[in-house]
Design a protein around this ligand. Sequence first.
Ligand SMILES: [Zn+2]
Length: 354
Amino acid sequence: MRVFTSPEEYIQGPDAFKTQLHRLLRLGNRALIVSDSFVMQMLGTDFVHHLVEQEIASTTILVDNVISGELLVEAKEVIKNFNCQFVIALGGGKAMDLGKMIAHVSNLPIAVLPTSAATDAATSRISVIYDEKGNFQKYDFYEKNPAIVLVDTNVILNAPQTMLIAGFADGIATYIEARSIFEENGRNTRHEKPTLAALSLAKSCHDILIDEIANACHAQRKGMITQSFENVVEANILLSGLGFENAGLSLAHGFHNVIMGDKELTITGSHGQIVAVGVLLQLLAEQRLAEYPFYHDLFADLLLPTTLKELNLKIEEINLQQFAEKILETKKAGNHISPQVNTKRIIMALKQLA
Ligand SMILES: [Zn+2]
């Protein structure tokens, strides 16, 4: 079956966290905010004040250094005592993942309010589950996508530019991975057939990012919200989110999952930075050698990592055969890996990226 899924509503623009909070009212007027102390320090007071203006009462739980099992117990208690009607995930990857998990187990709707465009996690019904040490465990799938995704481009503008660029790499990966799945009649992360809509969104994400990333970065450095900046934010969050969730993930994310799951390694780099190297690995392993220099140079120009060393992954310290096998095994978690790709090809690609 061809299956497509998406959030109910996506809203993006400057000052959305001030002017668009009335849109949350359809979810209720008592909210549980799931966030971290850094974000709450930066935005919390104003945000809660603007919620109060809409007569939305809120209480907050913080996700810094928590173990998900303990957090769930705490969240259930708070939701019951405060009589919460919906969840607001405000922040980065961790707040979004744990917010979605809390909403799911509590059977409450969720509004996701990302504070950077560093990943495409906001729109999906997928949480990436890591253990307390930050290691990848699995994908969790929920019954529903977020009811609302609300993006304030002023907040994104004030986040570090490395985050926008990390999200760019994640967005490029969406298409590089989707393309392989379509070419090989593969399945998405839900083991369903992807729709044409998913491929067009992924392609559009890729093309807009290539065309507009330089202008968007320039605008951000000047502190200006331009059309290009808005376009890149939408590509990073909405187009990439719908693209990856509906078209599927492949080797670039398989590489990410494996290195994040290996407790022996001390990897440096954010999700998008790791995925950037994953994209190069996938292009090499799929032997798309004519394309490789273009993406390599594009990433290098944006100061994204293009080697394993830059992720603190030293090839002489890992068992390449086992490492390559683990990447192939991420098929079981739902990543599509091209049938052409075998351990030999992955090892060759790893050596080239050392
Ligand atoms: Zn990603």
